[in-house]
Design a protein around this ligand. Structure first.
Ligand code: ZN
Length: 154
């Protein structure tokens, strides 16, 4: 009797890095986001279901934590080293803060979804049957899916 081995789960840091660049944490090829912050229901490359993530408020919390520390430090350094007119600072810092926060929001949300995937949280306990492949590897996987025993491990 042949028992299918469970598919490999991507480790924590690579899964979060893949999510950070907007890729599927499982295969690293499919796109995670359909729109700016809208996670796709599933990966179109490997079929990993992404709809049951629960990123919720963690991404904005992390973004606020990062942006506030960096912008606060920059404001302090600028105030200490230069005499910048108040109207310049009132114009520059809010715009910089807004753009920085908006730029970080999607990558951080992707990393949070990658974190939940890597830890098997919220329905990520089940993985797709196999990773996508191309060429001879795809043929091998198709043969394995058809029931042929597969002892190759990589
Ligand atoms: Zn995928």
């Amino acid at each position: 009797m042949v028992v299918d081995a469970p598919p490999d789960r991507t480790r924590l840091i690579p899964a979060m890095a893949r999510g950070f660049i907007g890729r599927c944490p499982h295969c690293g090829r499919g796109r995670m986001f359909g729109r700016f912050l809208k996670v796709r229901p599933e990966c179109d490359e490997c079929g990993l279901e992404l709809h049951h993530h629960r990123a919720d408020d963690l991404p904005p919390y992390v973004v606020i934590f990062i942006v506030a520390h960096i912008v606060g430090y920059l404001i302090l350094e600028t105030e200490s080293a230069y005499e910048v007119p108040l109207w310049v600072e009132m114009g520059v810092w809010p715009v910089f803060t807004l753009l920085f926060a908006l730029g970080l929001l999607q990558p951080v949300k992707g990393a949070v979804v990658g974190l939940q995937y890597a830890l098997g949280m919220h329905g990520f306990a089940t993985l797709p049957r196999s990773r996508p492949a191309s060429g001879p590897e795809e043929t091998r996987l198709a043969a394995a899916a058809a029931g042929a025993p597969d002892r190759h491990s990589s």
